[in-house]
Design a protein around this ligand. Sequence first.
Ligand SMILES: Nc1ncnc2c1ncn2[C@@H]1O[C@H](COP(=O)(O)OP(=O)(O)OP(=O)(O)O)[C@@H](O)[C@H]1O
Length: 318
Amino acid sequence: MDIDEHDHVIEVTDLRRVYGGGFEAVRGISFHVKHGEVFALLGTNGAGKTSTVELLEGLAAPASGRVRVLGHDPHAEREAVRPRTGVMLQEGGFPSELTVAETARMWAGCVSGARPPRDVLALVGLERRGGVRVKQLSGGERRRLDLALALLGDPEVLFLDEPTTGLDAEGRQDTWELVSALRDAGTTVLLTTHYLEEAEGLADRLAILHEGRIAAAGTPAEVTAAQPSRISFELPAGYFLGDLPPLAALGVCGHETTGRVVRLRTRALQRTATELLLWARHAGVELSGLDARSASLEEAFLGIAREAAAPRDKEHAA
Ligand SMILES: Nc1ncnc2c1ncn2[C@@H]1O[C@H](COP(=O)(O)OP(=O)(O)OP(=O)(O)O)[C@@H](O)[C@H]1O
């Protein structure tokens, strides 16, 4: 069965992966990725990202649940799916004695309808490194070569497992621009990353995995909106936290102080900021260094990891 562009390009339903010895690395996750979307899988080390992506790539069969890529089972119907997908594994294994150009040509020989190797090397900024042996490339350059090979077949769906690990800031930026351009051209991209700003800037939607389960999912804005916003400021000399109106009445759900610096957490940023500023005006107080902001994805990620770990800590304490 083929799909049209309105359907989900990737569909994952109640997916489980169990390794030999019985360890359950993926514990019943469900999500979908639409045509032309960039979808990011996030999570701490060992959360199950690579275990999931490998199932989507058809490298292993799930213990249970269902995966569909472009309407097919990527494991059982590998020949229908593989030519239409590009895969960048977490660790590429290239023959180290071949040059960059030889590697790309060799790989192109395995891909039906491959793009000219020179073109994909240019896309990732390796056009001048064609004559260099793979063993002489830096870690970042190898990641770029990995990405170039994934693009050889002009894939409809691209799986990128930590595509920017080891890249410097400029290389990361270049990769983000390339992924955005691919998305704009209609490629569907599923990536894993540890760089939260990468997911925040690049992903249309994301899921945060924790111990094999999805702990949060949605657009970056939806995931961060579920976390408290922050307001920080410094009180003038002679003022203390107790001089503020009752914090609960301001909508504050948590606070810390360091000397005269106050940090408030709130789920009602506008209300708390307004009440605080009204109090400051009334009291004739200047709140120096005043800063009010929604949670970043990084704060949301850390908050979710803490929340997800909390029930387990309680169990251990019991
Ligand atoms: N072949 C394997 N056999 C047994 N356990 C495995 C195997 N591969 C991975 N695991 C375990 O499965 C869990 C999930 O691993 P996975 O590599 O999917 O995590 P990840 O989220 O990709 O982590 P990282 O961010 O470190 O790459 C980990 O506890 C890992 O030790």
